[in-house]
Design a binder for this molecule. Structure first.
Ligand code: DX5
Ligand code: ZN
Length: 244
């Protein structure tokens, strides 16, 4: 990471979606981590084969909770080479993109409900050399993505309301997952987030999801490597699109 002549941030890690292995990916959500032992837990997740770390950023407005900020992301960045998948649940994502890029995010996903100019924000993420993702609340129809969906690396379909870990998976999101998969090309990823465990992950995978965020299921377990393995086994070959 460096600063251009005009002081803008330049990030040199590259878009992780062009580097991660093919096939289903496991992205543990650090919202469920024990913040007093997060470094140790990250090392356990890395040894267990997690491909990404999911970091939930909430502002108490867009989502009714406060979680973590750029300083936490920078500490995680210093601690691990794992790609950081930053999920912005902010009323004003445009104001914070550079801050999280500077902190070490590799890919940033923002809510389509939180901006009138999603394509402009995606362009800025590209200028920073980051991965770009769009996400939507459970109540927001997939069609809302139409204008900008071709420009992103991934779409994150929220399977719970933004705000907390440990919520129940919303079955009525399965139809939306299939609809969003239909809007994406083969190179684009479909991430699911909220109430993901081996049973719900398998149902999502059968509809085209291939990136699985899990907080409680993995970091709430007393055997993290086993939890990661069970999740990976549940999505392996579960009707994934050919070549994934
Ligand atoms: C919720 C967050 C999720 C959450 C997932 O707003 O976006 O990433 O941490 O946690 P679990 O897997 O416990 O539902
Ligand atoms: Zn999330």
């Amino acid at each position: 990471m460096g600063f251009g002549a005009d002081g803008t941030v330049s990030v040199k890690r590259g878009n992780p979606w062009r580097q991660v292995p093919a096939g289903p990916l496991i992205a543990p959500s650090l919202l469920a981590s024990d913040f007093t032992r997060v470094g140790e837990q990250i090392d356990t997740l890395d040894r267990a084969g997690a491909e990404l770390l999911h970091l939930d950023i909430m502002d108490g407005h867009f989502a009714p909770n406060l979680s973590m900020g750029p300083r936490f992301v920078a500490s995680v960045r210093k601690h691990t080479p794992l790609p950081l998948d930053v999920h912005l649940m902010l009323t004003d994502p445009a104001t914070y993109i550079e801050r999280f890029a500077e902190a070490g995010a590799d890919t940033i996903t923002f809510h389509v409900e939180a901006t009138d100019e999603p394509r402009r924000l995606i362009e800025r993420l590209r200028e920073l050399g980051l991965g770009a993702g769009l996400t939507l609340r459970p109540g927001t129809p997939a069609e809302t993505l139409r204008d900008a969906v071709a420009d992103v690396d991934l779409v994150l379909v929220m399977t719970v309301e933004p705000g907390y870990g440990g919520q129940e998976f919303m079955d009525n999101m399965l139809e939306k997952i299939a609809a969003v998969r239909g809007m994406l090309d083969r190179a684009q990823r479909l991430e699911v987030d909220g109430g993901i465990d081996p049973r719900t992950a398998r149902r999502c995978a059968a509809r085209g999801a291939d990136v699985f965020v899990a907080g409680t299921d993995i970091l709430g377990s007393d055997d993290i490597p086993r939890a990661v393995r069970l999740l990976r086994e549940a999505v392996a070959g579960a009707g994934l699109a050919p070549g994934r």
